[in-house]
Design a protein around this ligand. Structure first.
Ligand SMILES: [Zn+2]
Length: 354
């Protein structure tokens, strides 16, 4: 996310928030999405493993299954897909659909428990719901069908968390002193980053250390099953699992991992040899966003002062965050990309120059 100052010709005209044409490779739209991998660039085994990060992609995984000839990988994927859990999503929906508190309390002991199949789940459910009316049982059945799928992270255990520890995916909050750890594969050594808030973050340095102790598995399970952790954790575990089991996962053979193919070698060369061109340079001052390929976000002004006055009123530094005219002047004068500094409640307390 960034904003930058560009010096452009005073008569430069280009629609605001539209990517400057000089930054877009005109040959790109001649590439064709690879039908073999549907644009993912991965072979079917890799796609199956990576899609296991997303519960809503189970139907996509089913479609990929016939394309994959690695039987143990398919068995593994099925075992993950069969897992059920009455987690946050189920409870939220149950509440929304009018399940009263006394019923939800009865289901509470099953919360976050991971079952290997729907049958296993029902074996525990039946004694609890025995006295509930038929219509409520039917409603519960529908809710389970829709909202009781467990993500792969629900099945994470010590093995997976050790992988995440090596990748630096376990947040520093889970270690004493809020120290960040990861394993340096090149140097074959553990390294740590002391995130000392009393020091400027530029002074933080990765230094060799002993292997840290894995934090409590219960706490980690809670974190990795929450919405806070991204699909990156599954990606790392998928890669490690495949390596360990010797599964041939990797790039799509048809497009060499590009996700698209070219109609001819000539077009591909034209695409590769194209170079971008900046807007016409001049005396004007204009604010650009660099989040996409790059587009102007303000008119062209004759002075930096005028631009900053406009920006304070009309432009954001990051998401919806604004800056004062003086802050803009400092940022753009140094031509730095900025992000806001937030307090624990997400309120802007200043800007950070990065
Ligand atoms: Zn492909």
């Amino acid at each position: 996310m960034g904003r930058t100052l560009k010096r452009v010709a005073l008569d430069f005209k280009w629609p605001l928030n539209k990517t400057w044409e000089g930054f877009l490779n005109p040959f790109w739209n001649q590439s064709i999405k690879c039908t073999e991998c549907d644009g993912s660039g991965s072979n079917p085994g890799a796609d199956i493993l990576y899609n296991l990060a997303y519960v809503h992609k189970y139907y996509d995984i089913c479609k990929l299954m016939p394309k994959c000839d690695i039987e143990p990988l398919k068995q593994f994927a099925i075992s993950i897909m069969n897992k059920k859990s009455l987690g946050i999503k189920f409870f939220n929906h149950a509440k929304y659909h009018g399940f009263n508190n006394s019923k939800l309390e009865q289901l509470e002991p099953l919360r976050d428990k991971v079952f290997n199949s729907e049958i296993e789940l029902w074996i525990e459910l039946i004694p609890i719901i025995d006295s509930w009316g038929i219509s409520v049982q039917q409603q519960l059945n529908n809710l389970i069908n829709e909202h009781a799928s467990a993500s792969w992270t629900a099945a994470f255990g010590v093995e997976e968390f050790e992988v995440l520890l090596k990748c630096g995916e376990i947040p520093s909050d889970y270690f004493p002193g809020r120290i960040q750890y990861r394993f340096d594969e090149e140097e074959k050594t553990w390294i740590s980053l002391d995130r000392d808030r009393t020091k400027d973050h530029k002074e933080w340095k990765w230094v060799p250390c002993e292997k840290p102790e894995l934090p409590s598995v219960e706490l980690l399970k809670k974190y990795f099953n929450s919405a806070l952790s991204g699909s990156g954790s599954v990606y790392y575990c998928a890669k490690e699992k495949a390596k360990k089991e010797g599964w041939a996962i990797g790039k799509c053979e048809c497009c060499s991992g590009e996700g698209h193919v070219w109609p001819s070698k000539e077009v591909k060369n034209q695409y590769d040899n194209w170079t971008e061109s900046e807007p016409p340079a001049g005396e004007g001052f204009q604010l650009w966003e660099t989040t996409s390929e790059g587009s102007p976000t303000s008119p062209v002004f004759e002075t930096l002062d005028a631009l900053c006055e406009y920006a304070a009123e009309n432009c954001s530094t990051f998401a919806d965050f604004k800056a004062s005219k003086e802050e803009w002047k400092q940022m753009l004068g140094d031509d730095m990309v900025v992000t806001p500094m937030l307090d624990n409640d997400g309120n802007k307390t200043g800007v950070v120059f990065i």
